[in-house]
Ligand binder design. Structure first.
Ligand code: PTJ
Length: 257
């Protein structure tokens, strides 16, 4: 089945679209097999959350948009899963927020870097960092290939957006004094807990929402935007997301399906 042939009135339309995008990404050498496993974990959380964006995620999205807009050197880190699921919206987000795009992979290979670069270029991106020799700097305290970053991008960024990512890098980036925006549908993950702003939502909804928020916030004064970014409390927001999960499960446990 191709994405285009999935009937839009299918009750699990988006779930099927996401799977098709990942399978296509896997066949094109963008997504690694481990990325399909990572998706399964994410999908389970999305199922529990009713596959919708909840109010705390909206609040986090607004704070993340504000943080991107007030940053001097924001960078959007792109891996295989995020390129397969949201390439076009990631490019839009980079254009509207003036954030650079940098390819950064856990399972790094030159071939995958090039494929992701081409995918982003197809969507209109230029000047994509982190590919080949451009990954010329090292994030301290990380042993995985994610440590290799561009000195023009993530290394000197004040804010880095990461999505669908394993835990160790967010902690190191924060230790380096950077602000981290994480998109992770699992509120219990290390990435979610260490980030400055975590959007507990599916990337498929989170990136378009971020684009919309950036469009809306641009009409406010810099001071007002800064205030939105600064008053955000990540831990409280994560707790609110966990409370939503609890309430949803409790309701089913007590009242049935
Ligand atoms: O492309 P590479 O080489 O950089 O590798 C990417 C993967 C995804 C393989 C790598 O980053 C990885 O192994 O990630 P983890 O440790 O499985 O963590 C992924 C996190 O993202 C988990 O907390 C998932 O619940 C979450 N997640 C999965 N799919 C989505 C998601 N969050 C938001 N939207 C999704 N669609």
């Amino acid at each position: 089945m191709d994405e285009e042939t999935i009937p839009p009135d299918h009750p699990r339309y988006w779930s099927l679209v996401i799977r098709e995008r990942l399978v296509r990404g896997f066949r094109n050498g963008i997504v690694v097999p481990q990325g399909l496993i990572a998706h399964g974990r994410g999908e389970a959380f999305d199922y529990i959350l009713g596959e919708e964006t909840h109010p705390p995620a909206r609040e986090a999205t607004k704070a993340a948009a504000a943080l991107l807009l007030v940053s001097q050197n924001p960078v959007i880190s792109v891996n295989g899963n995020s390129a397969a699921l949201a390439a076009s919206e990631l490019v839009k987000l980079s254009q509207i927020s003036n954030a650079k795009l940098e390819v950064n992979l856990f399972h790094r290979s030159r071939e995958r870097e090039e494929r992701i670069l081409s995918r982003l270029r197809e969507e209109g991106a230029d000047n994509i960092l982190g590919v080949g020799e451009d990954a010329d700097a090292i994030i301290p305290d990380i042993s995985s290939m994610r440590r290799k970053v561009s000195s023009r991008g993530i290394y000197r960024a004040d804010t880095v957006l990461v999505a669908i990512e394993d835990g160790d890098r967010t902690e190191s980036l924060v230790k380096m004094g950077k602000k981290v925006i994480a998109i992770d549908i699992n509120p219990f993950s290390r990435t979610a807990r260490y980030a400055t702003v975590t959007i507990v939502d599916n990337i498929i909804r989170a990136i378009p929402n971020l684009v919309k928020e950036c469009e809306e916030l641009r009409h406010l004064s810099l001071e007002e935007i800064r205030c939105i970014a600064e008053r955000f409390d990540n831990e409280a927001n994560l707790c609110n997301m966990v409370a939503i999960i609890l309430r949803r499960l409790e309701k089913i446990a007590q009242q049935g399906f």
